[in-house]
Design a binder for this molecule. Structure first.
Ligand SMILES: [Zn+2]
Length: 343
């Protein structure tokens, strides 16, 4: 079950991000406690589920993407007790063999390469013997910050209260308000900038910096994994690619697209001694990967690709566009996802 995209767009246009999240939580609670979700599950919508996490701790512009260590532990305990945690490769192998992966299988994945994966999530995963796959944009391994984190810092530290950006994907005119409530504004800026190609995104970011009068993005060292961290990861951690620079791949020309796919894979092979078999599309939404991107990924040697679209995983699922359920701090939402109700 998915909220109609138009309703979603309307909700996000009239409500702030936090208000929309509260509304969403109410809908989730209604579905869960009314028993409606079980009704949906009994209609055969339950399937293997792949969860996507980002940060366990306090990193990230999307509040949705951050789960505390306590909640993460609770969620892993739930998966270990109620489902069968498997390596992502097992689910992919079932798809490649043309079989439905068993409905009680779950796989855990992490995108974006935040270092709290290593310091906070990994010990918890080890405690519950849950295999994991991480998808790293390789630019962070050399010390670059992700652009949406940079946008967040610049907006939060802005010396002005109002910004105007004109891009080919739309206009952003936004009042930033109090420093304490600027995450919502940062998210709105990031949502427009994320669809742009490299040159335009860089130009828009420079414009944003100039308007906000912020020179440094101020992202602390150690926010992301480094190249030195990868060889030390245990064998039960699969390292996959999340491209190099976290661009919307569909916005790239052929040569840049190929480099983002091939060079990130090569860098992971150098640090990890093993090719990345799987790619998680940056952003993972339909506007960020199309047929051309899927073909380029196959040509670059990836055997499967992950999206952030929700949906059941069946033998008929396209291995180059596998759905994943967003892992949030909400236990109710996690239970709904496990029942096949994605909202
Ligand atoms: Zn990402």
């Amino acid at each position: 079950m998915r909220m109609l995209p138009m309703v979603k767009r309307w909700v996000t246009s009239v409500l702030s991000y936090q208000q929309a999240e509260r509304l969403r939580s109410l809908v989730h609670a209604g579905l869960y406690y009314s028993g409606l979700a079980w009704l949906v599950a009994s209609r055969g919508r339950r399937s293997a589920t792949i969860f996507v996490y980002h940060s366990v701790g306090a990193t990230g512009v999307f509040a949705d993407n951050v789960v505390s260590a306590e909640i993460f532990e609770k969620q892993m305990r739930l998966l270990a007790r109620r489902r069968k945690p498997v390596a992502l490769q097992q689910i992919i192998a079932e798809l490649k063999a043309g079989r439905d992966p068993p409905a009680d299988w779950v796989a855990v994945t992490f995108d974006d390469g935040y270092r709290d994966f290593l310091t906070t999530a990994l010990p918890i995963l080890a405690r519950y013997a849950i295999p994991v796959s991480i998808f790293v944009p390789t630019s962070v391994l050399g010390g670059s910050a992700l652009f949406f984190d940079q946008v967040e810092r610049v907006v939060i530290e802005s010396a002005v209260d109002e910004i105007r950006l004109q891009t080919s994907k739309g206009k952003v005119e936004i009042k930033l308000g109090q420093r304490s409530s600027r995450s919502d504004a940062a998210l709105r800026v990031a949502l427009v900038l994320r669809e742009l190609g490299p040159q335009e995104r860089a130009r828009a970011f420079l414009d944003l910096q100039a308007q906000c009068r912020v020179q440094e993005h101020g992202i602390p060292a150690g926010t992301y994994l480094s190249a030195a961290d990868l060889p030390a990861l245990p064998a039960w951690v699969e390292v996959g690619s999340h491209s190099i620079n976290h661009y919307s791949l569909a916005a790239l020309d052929d040569a840049t697209l190929r480099s983002e796919l091939v060079d990130s894979r090569a860098e992971i092979r150098v640090s990890r001694g093993q090719d990345a078999a799987v790619l998680a599309y940056p952003f993972g939404k339909p506007w960020s990967f199309d047929g051309r991107v899927k073909t380029a990924a196959a040509n670059a040697g990836y055997v499967a690709c992950l999206t952030t679209l929700t949906g059941v995983i069946r033998s008929t699922t396209d291995p180059m566009a596998i759905p994943r359920a967003a892992a949030t701090a909400s236990m109710v939402r996690m239970r709904l996802n496990l029942l096949g109700t994605y909202l």
